[in-house]
Design a binder for this molecule. Structure first.
Ligand SMILES: [Fe+2]
Length: 229
C-alpha cells in the first residue's frame, strides 16, 4: 500500500486512490477475511495507519509489517500489542479448521525460532498457511532478488522445505504477482496497490501502475489468482 499521512501521487499513481480502488473491488467479493501483507505505510514516521484503519473499519482483516513499517507503531495502530515478541509481531489464527500464521520480517529477516514455535507439528500436512511480507526464498525477480531479498532466505527456504504443515506461503514486498515452487512449498507473491515492478531487469523498472489484489480460495485444493484493475 505504501500509504503516507498525506494524499500524494508518487511514481505515476495516486497512492490512496489506488488502494481504495483495490479495496472496493475486494469488498464486492464474498470473503472470510482480508490480509494486508506489509508496507502499509511508506515512511516509518509518516505513515497513513489512521487513514487506512478508517477505510478498513467494519471489515475482518489481519495485518503484518513490512520493511517500511515499524512493528511497534503498527502494533499500536492495529491493536497488536499483545502479539509482540522480542520487538516483532507474530500471531496465529485458527479459522475454518486451518491455521494461519502471520510473521514479521520488517527487519528483512525472519525469526525462524519464533515461527517454529507457532507451528503445530502434529497438525495436518499442508493445513497451516504462512503470511510474511518478504518471500522466504529468492523468487526469479532480478531487481528485488538483487537488492531487497530476505537476508536469511537460505535458512528460511531450508526450514520450510522441512516443514510438512506449511505448503503455501503468501507474501508481498516484490511488487510482482507470480508464484514460485520450491521442493515442498509454493510461494505466492501478491501485487502491490501502488505499482508493479518488472521481473527481468536488475535495475528498478515500473511495469505498470494498475493496483492489484489476490484471491486465495482454500477448499480441498488451494487456488490462488491475482487480479489487476
Ligand atoms: Fe517491502
Amino acid at each position: 500500500m505504501h500509504i503516507s499521512s498525506k494524499d500524494i501521487e508518487k511514481n505515476g499513481s495516486n497512492v490512496r486512490q489506488n488502494f481504495l480502488r483495490a479495496l472496493e473491488a475486494v469488498k464486492k467479493i464474498s470473503h472470510d477475511f482480508i490480509v494486508i501483507t506489509g508496507d502499509l505505510g511508506h515512511d516509518v514516521d509518516d505513515n497513513g495507519y489512521a487513514w487506512l484503519k478508517s477505510k478498513l473499519s467494519g471489515l475482518k482483516y489481519f495485518v503484518i509489517p513490512g520493511n517500511h513499517d515499524i512493528s511497534e507503531s503498527l502494533a499500536e495502530g492495529f491493536g497488536l500489542n499483545g502479539s509482540i515478541y522480542d520487538g516483532k509481531i507474530f500471531y496465529k489464527e485458527r479459522i475454518g479448521g486451518h491455521d494461519f500464521i502471520f510473521a514479521d520480517t520488517s527487519i528483512e529477516w525472519l525469526d525462524i525460532k519464533m515461527l517454529d514455535k507457532l507451528i503445530d507439528r502434529k497438525g495436518k500436512k499442508g493445513n497451516t498457511f504462512l503470511f510474511m511480507h518478504h518471500p522466504p526464498s529468492l523468487c526469479n525477480a532480478k531487481h528485488m532478488d538483487t537488492y531487497y531479498p530476505l537476508s536469511n532466505h537460505i535458512e528460511a527456504t531450508e526450514f520450510l522445505n522441512n516443514c510438512d504443515q506449511i505448503e503455501h506461503v503468501f507474501c508481498g514486498h516484490y511488487h510482482t504477482a507470480h508464484q514460485v515452487k520450491n521442493d515442498k512449498f509454493t510461494i505466492h507473491i501478491g501485487p502491490s496497490t501502488w505499482y508493479q515492478i518488472g521481473r527481468k531487469l536488475k535495475k528498478f523498472n515500473i511495469r505498470h501502475t494498475r493496483p492489484g489484489y489476490t484471491i486465495i480460495d482454500i477448499d480441498d485444493k488451494v487456488k490462488v489468482k491475482n487480479y489487476f484493475l
